[in-house]
Write a new protein. Structure first.
Length: 132
C-alpha cells in the first residue's frame, strides 16, 4: 500500500560495527532523520563501550537528503554521552553534501561542549585522527 511505501521511504538505518582497532563505526543509510540519529546514539555508545573502543566513526555518506543547520546543532549537543565517556567522534561526510557538518558553528558547538569531534571526507583520515 501507499502508506507502507511511504514508511519504507522515510526509514533511516544504522549498522554498528566494532573493528577491534580501537574504534567503532556506525554507518547511517536511508532518509536523513536527525531525531532518529539522536535516538541511535545510545545504541552506538553502548556498542563502543562494550568493545572497549575510544572512538567512533559516524558515517553519514549514504544518507539521503539534507540536514538543516539547526538540526545539526542538536545532533552535536546530544553527543554528551560520548563526551562523558571520553569517546572521540569522527564524522564521515561525502563530497557534494555542501559541507554541512564542517560548518564552523557545528565545530564550535562540539568544542564548547568538550566533545572531541572532527569532520572528515576520507575514512583513512578519520582512522588516523582516532588513533592519535
Amino acid at each position: 500500500s501507499d502508506v507502507y511505501k511511504r514508511q519504507i521511504e522515510k526509514t533511516m538505518n544504522v549498522k554498528i560495527s566494532c573493528t577491534g582497532s580501537g574504534w567503532a563505526s556506525a554507518a547511517f543509510s536511508g532518509k536523513a532523520d536527525p531525531d532518529e540519529m539522536i535516538r541511535k546514539y545510545d545504541d552506538i555508545l553502548e556498542s563502543v563501550l562494550k568493545a572497549g573502543a575510544k572512538g567512533v566513526i559516524l558515517d553519514v555518506r549514504r544518507l539521503e537528503g539534507r540536514i538543516s543547520k539547526v538540526d545539526m546543532h542538536f545532533l552535536i549537543t546530544a553527543m554528551s554521552g560520548f563526551r562523558d565517556n571520553c569517546v572521540k567522534v569522527a564524522l564521515l561526510e561525502k563530497d557534494g553534501r555542501g559541507g554541512n557538518f564542517n560548518n564552523r558553528l557545528i565545530i564550535n558547538t562540539a568544542y564548547n561542549r568538550n566533545i572531541e569531534f572532527e569532520v572528515f571526507r576520507e575514512e583513512r583520515e578519520a582512522e588516523k585522527w582516532l588513533s592519535g
